[in-house]
Design a protein around this ligand. Structure first.
Ligand code: ATP
Length: 233
């Protein structure tokens, strides 16, 4: 039986580094079909929250739930296979591999190991990101904006149900930001749960359904909003 999709939730997460509480009782819901945005100043704890949600780090207390299942103690690769994907602020693409092969690694990390499955995932991600024309180029030869899209493609290649995106618009030009806005909107409409850490407030206001503000390890403000219209070009 397929479990009911409720998305990803943090319940009272605590993570301390020495005397600093990077997370001080953080609860957050990232439901399917919506873009949930997280903002806040440097050092607020956003990256720590991402690491605890993705499984790169364990919280000292609290729970992480995926579709109601407690995944707090599951390793990152198991979470990836359950449908959780993330992108990194510091790009995690392999510069020596082609764009297509970077996407293939993303598909394989999410458990799409048969060549047929992986080929299908690569072709779909190339199409979604508009990267067909650079499919055989070495990633290391491409500009930052294209690499940022490839970083997203690497996460999408595994066909995740939950996407954690750490500043996906950093370094994108206006056209690339527009493509990103349309793509994230379509992914949410398709039923995916999207968590977006982003400093571009204009982008957040246009596409997010809710905005949570984090300060000093706590989410101290949450607001619901109607996403603004995305340009149809
Ligand atoms: N590995 C670590 N060891 C010690 N302290 C850490 C570690 N990681 C984060 N911190 C501290 O935890 C707090 C939260 O940091 P975090 O990087 O999660 O914030 P952030 O909101 O993601 O900031 P930024 O926008 O700069 O990435 C900060 O005080 C930071 O110095």
């Amino acid at each position: 039986m397929t479990p009911e999709r409720t998305g990803l939730s943090a319940r009272l997460l605590v993570r301390r580094y020495g005397g600093v509480a990077a997370l001080d009782g953080v609860s957050l819901d990232v439901p399917p079909g919506r873009i949930t945005a997280l903002t806040g100043p440097n050092g607020a704890g956003k990256s720590t929250l991402f690491r605890c949600l993705s499984g790169a780090e364990r919280p000292d207390a609290g729970q992480v739930l995926l579709d109601g299942r407690d995944i707090t103690h599951l390793p990152e690769y198991t979470r990836a296979r359950l449908g959780l994907a993330r992108t990194f602020q510091q790009l995690a693409v392999f510069p020596g591999l082609t764009v297509a092969d970077n996407l293939r690694v993303g598909a394989e990390q999410a458990g799409r190991r048969s060549p047929r499955d992986a080929d299908f995932a690569v072709a779909r991600a190339l199409r979604q990101l508009g990267l067909e024309s650079v499919a055989e180029r070495s990633a290391g030869t491409l500009p930052t904006g294209t690499l940022r899209l490839l970083e997203l493609g690497r996460a999408l290649a595994g066909d995740p149900t939950v996407l954690l995106l750490d500043e996906p618009a950093a370094g994108l030009d206006a056209d690339e930001t527009e493509l990103l806005a349309q793509l994230l909107t379509a992914l949410a409409e398709d039923g995916r749960a999207v968590l977006l850490v982003e400093h571009d407030r204009e982008l957040v206001d246009r596409i997010a359904h809710s905005v949570h503000t984090m300060t000093a390890g706590r989410i101290d403000e949450a607001s619901e909003q109607l996403p603004g219209a995305v340009d149809e070009r």
